[in-house]
Design a protein. Structure first.
Length: 352
């Protein structure tokens, strides 16, 4: 497994003059993104090594660049979007995380000399489960696991050439895992200026994306929005969604609005976006409402109780809190109840 930090630097150095990020009317080149990451690595070297770097900042390219610098430097990063937790819940979350440096604004120093990239076995990311079926868990992901996620997503999904990716979702969350594949493909990652469907539709008009990333609430809001039918979607070649399967009616409505461009990625915080996937062609066949087929190299098993277990290079190491590990004998216990039909995975429910 290649470390995520190594992949970050390789991607940013491959196309220095191309645009890596667009946001709020500003374009950031690959060269400038590399300079920012290396400057942030210098900043991280001055922080206590035991601290988790916690960002409580709005959604923008710098959010991901801080994470990328943590991947390079071997520091544990975490993100808490502003407004998602009240003061008491935020204090409790920070107490669970332990020693932390909280970033709400960042003064980036100039890059120093050559950097040594953290090895694959170092934990560089702390993700949080939603806690809908139990307490919130702090999921520890290594640089190698995140590197494997990036390569699986890059090599498996049917990306267009030099993708122009529009992402209205927080890059501190699961769709942040699509940034590195975009850059490895020499593409541009665009974040709308503001949250909400209106800003997303404005961004579609302004940036003409070839790829759109959307969680189900955003996806459904687009289907129901009165402006959506008047927007020119002809540039769109791929719409990647995640989080749940779509109904036949939603798929039909999406095909009528966007074209036959739907692509699903299924995962969880412990195996980000890389358990199963379905292509645009899959959305035209009998398994259109499934979670898709397992990613190449990812082994799945369904036990007698119907619970899904996963083995692969993409899975988390352990939980920072509560103590313990979801991995047993190299297999991740997902907690998802599933069935397998003709090689396609279907979600049935959650284990108690």
């Amino acid at each position: 497994m290649r470390p995520a930090g190594e992949l970050v630097l390789d991607a940013l150095r491959a196309h220095p003059d191309r645009v890596a990020f667009e946001h709020a009317g500003t374009a950031l080149s690959y060269r400038d993104a590399e300079t920012t990451v290396l400057g942030l690595v210098e900043l991280l070297a001055k922080l206590p090594p035991e601290d988790t770097v916690v960002q409580v900042r709005p959604n923008d390219p710098l959010q991901w660049l801080v994470n990328a610098a943590c991947y390079v430097a071997g520091r544990r990063s975490a993100g808490i979007p502003p407004g998602t937790l009240d003061d008491a819940a935020l204090a409790e979350r920070l107490d669970r995380i332990g020693p932390a440096t909280i970033l709400s604004d960042v003064d980036i120093p100039a890059p120093g000399g050559p950097v040594e990239v953290a090895p694959a076995d170092v934990v560089v990311r702390l993700g949080f489960t939603r806690g809908t079926t139990g307490p919130v868990k702090g999921v520890e992901l290594t640089s190698g696991a995140l590197g494997a996620v990036a390569v699986l997503l890059r090599d498996t999904l049917p990306w267009p050439d030099r993708p122009r990716v529009l992402c209205p979702e927080p890059v501190s969350g699961g769709f942040g895992n699509l940034v590195l594949p975009t850059l490895l493909l020499g593409g541009t990652f665009t974040i709308p200026d503001e949250p909400g469907v209106e800003a997303l539709l404005d961004a579609v008009v302004a940036y003409r994306p070839t790829v759109l990333l959307a969680m189900p609430p955003t996806f459904r809001a687009l289907l129901d929005h009165p402006r959506a039918a008047g927007v020119d979607w002809s540039s769109l070649e791929l719409l990647i969604y995640s989080g749940t399967s779509l109904t036949d009616d939603e798929i039909d409505r999406a095909h009528a609005l966007f074209g036959q461009v739907l692509c699903q990625v299924f995962g969880q915080v412990e195996a980000p976006k890389t358990i199963a996937y379905s292509t645009p062609a899959d959305h035209l066949g009998p398994h259109r409402s499934s979670l898709g087929r397992p990613f190449p190299g990812i082994e799945i098993d369904i036990d007698e109780a119907g619970e899904l277990w996963v083995r692969g290079p993409n899975i988390a190491r352990s939980y920072a809190f509560p103590p313990g590990s979801p991995v047993r004998d190299g297999r991740l216990r997902t907690g998802d109840l599933c069935r397998l039909e003709d090689g396609y995975l279907y979600h049935v429910g959650r284990a108690r």
